[in-house]
Design a protein around this ligand. Structure first.
Ligand code: CP
Length: 310
């Protein structure tokens, strides 16, 4: 078993070493074995209080953290901004202090503002896990993506990964870039210039990453294609000529699916715009691992809760 020093918070993967990621993935394998048992529960976090603090919508992340905490026998409380004193104007810092006074040990936070979990961590004596903040980071999504790639392909090192789509708005892309490069994958970013942002930013931050604007060119030799959700709610006018044109140039269409063959893994963090960035045929293709990503999210989040609580 790989060892790694203890950590208090998980805000992004930029401060995770390769050894720490490896140790987490190994722990997640053990957690997956727990989830395959008839009684899917171990007493590891008995008596600990986990608060799911979601200021933004979520299905996969919120429910998988809840299932993960329950599988570790922790007490889990779900907090949503709507219906709470946030609607009366209570600040993020005061809300976190209130949760601390109520006995929270771990706060899992999703927020539309980049940096919100970092701010919370400055004012909370327990652990903070970032469950997605603005465009900044989604570290547990990247960890479950790494876990799924390793599970299906046997390793991450040397694997050719194409991340395609709405990269400029994507916290999933950023966290995956830290995780994939640290674990030795070769990453190509593919997007129209308007949805990529400054290419120099990507190549300065991750010099090993390739940037490409032609999807068919990027796909040559790909072991993994990770399609990103087109974030229609974050689009300003003029970023796209039309949805149809976007799909023609950057969508995982039935024609591209056929060309890929059954060797290349198809991934998507969800939720999907089927028929836009990914064709319905690609979602159910034999090489699609989109449901496996969701399933693996529980084991990976159990592993992270376990390591932080430990
Ligand atoms: N991938 C992801 O974060 O999905 P949710 O928004 O449903 O949590």
């Amino acid at each position: 078993m790989t060892s790694a020093p203890a950590r208090r918070h998980a805000i992004d993967l930029d401060d995770f070493s390769g050894d720490e990621i490896e140790a987490l993935l190994e722990t997640a394998e053990s957690m997956k074995e727990v989830l395959a048992r008839e009684i899917k529960q171990v007493p590891a976090l008995r008596g600990r209080n986990v608060v799911n603090m979601f200021y933004e919508e979520s299905t996969r992340t919120r429910i998988s953290f809840e299932l993960a905490a329950r599988a570790l026998s922790a007490n889990i409380v779900n907090f949503t901004a709507r219906g709470s004193s946030v609607e009366k104007g209570e600040s993020l810092v005061d809300t976190v202090r209130t949760l601390q006074a109520l006995g929270a040990d771990i706060v899992v936070m999703r927020h539309s503002q980049a940096g919100a979990p970092y701010l919370a961590a400055q004012h909370f004596r327990g652990s903070v896990i970032n469950a997605g903040d603005g465009r900044h980071a989604h570290p547990t999504q990247a960890l479950l993506d790494l876990f799924t790639i390793r599970e299906r392909l046997g390793q991450v090192r040397g694997v050719q990964v194409v991340i395609v789509g709405d990269i400029v708005h994507s916290r999933v892309a950023r966290s995956n870039l830290w995780g994939l490069t640290r674990m030795g994958a070769h990453v190509t970013l593919c997007a129209p210039p308007t949805l990529l942002g400054p290419a120099a930013y990507w190549t300065a931050t991750w010099p090993e990453v390739r940037v490409c604007h032609r999807f068919d060119e990027a796909l040559a030799g790909a072991d993994v294609v990770m399609a990103l959700r087109l974030q229609k709610e974050r689009q300003q006018a003029g970023l796209l000529p039309s949805l149809r044109e976007y799909t023609r140039r950057y969508g995982l269409t039935p024609e591209r699916l056929e060309r890929l063959g059954e060797r290349t893994l198809i991934m998507h963090p969800g939720p999907m715009n089927e028929g836009v960035e990914i064709a319905p045929e690609a979602v159910v293709a034999p090489n699609a691992v989109i449901e496996a990503q969701v399933t693996n999210g529980v084991a990976v989040r159990m592993a992270l809760l376990y390591r932080l609580a430990g």
